[in-house]
Design a protein around this ligand. Structure first.
Ligand SMILES: [Zn+2]
Length: 280
């Protein structure tokens, strides 16, 4: 599932590969995503210029000259591919194609949990996708005090689930929640009420550190933006604990035969990885 760093990478790739461009045509091959792609969208955006790209939580937002913003969420399996021109043959699951004067944007999504819609520019913050969303990890409004107060209001929630709550911080997904807690030496099961202000300081710093490292790693995988190999946004990550059950964590000096290494448990239906020796 694309997480914040992957969406940031996709946004960078599209803004570098396509950039400021005029939309010639939008083709909907299959609009049955998480929500139906609005049927009037091709008509509404035709001829508009894409003027800027930004990321809000796990959405890529493209600002258009016609007063609309495009909102794009990759869901569970969504990918964006870029091409110089319309391919002669589309791949299976290439549901949406946007042809511009600078190249072609193709949206491929086997599981169809993605979302593509539009919103009037001045209504972006109040639209139903964003009106409840918390603070972005890289927003300076995310401080230890903000996090501490939010955690006090969710006192009975395990910290892992609080980090995944998009109304507190927007954009931390399952993989990075485990990594951030590992870096902060906090057990995922610790209750929010037992997370101190100085823990919150660590959490905020490590959220940025872990996500920035992943963004940098993703950016370094981008060579040819318009190479439609479908791999954009999915890059090999070096995780410390995620998916490393039974292995020694990078900072551990403990006896693997005694501790059994990194543990896996399930919280809120999602896999969680941690080191019992280092995380308290
Ligand atoms: Zn360890």
């Amino acid at each position: 599932m694309p997480e914040l760093p992957e969406v940031e990478t996709i946004k960078t790739a599209v803004s570098k590969g396509i950039g400021r461009a005029s939309i010639i045509e939008m083709i909907i091959n299959n609009g049955r995503l998480r929500e139906q792609v609005p049927a009037d969208m091709p008509e509404k955006i035709k001829g508009a210029t894409i003027t800027s790209y930004q990321r809000i939580a796990k959405y890529m937002v493209m600002e258009l000259s016609c007063g609309l913003d495009l909102l794009w969420h990759m869901g569970m399996s969504g990918k964006i591919k870029l091409a110089d021109k319309m391919p002669e043959k589309l791949d299976k699951h290439d549901h949406i194609v946007i042809i511009t004067d600078k190249g072609v944007i193709i949206y491929n999504d086997p599981r169809r949990f993605g979302l593509l819609t539009y919103c009037e520019k001045n209504k972006l913050n109040s639209c139903r996708w964003f009106n409840k969303i918390g603070i972005d990890p890289f927003d300076s409004k995310l401080t230890k005090d903000y996090l501490y107060n939010k955690l006090q209001n969710h006192s009975k929630l395990p910290i892992k689930l609080a980090l995944l709550n998009q109304e507190i911080i927007a954009g931390i997904g399952n993989i990075y929640a485990s990594e951030i807690l590992y870096e902060s030496r906090i057990l995922p099961t610790r209750l929010a009420k037992d997370v101190t202000l100085s823990d919150c300081d660590e959490l905020v710093k490590n959220t940025r550190k872990v996500l920035q490292k992943a963004i940098d790693a993703g950016g370094s995988t981008l060579r040819d933006y318009k190479k439609p190999d479908g791999s954009m946004g999915y890059f090999q990550q070096q995780h410390c604990v995620y998916n490393k059950t039974g292995q020694r964590c990078p900072d551990c000096k403990c006896n693997l035969a005694k501790t059994g290494g990194i543990k896996r448990s399930v919280m809120g239906g999602r896999s969680t990885f941690y080191c019992e020796s280092l995380q308290k």
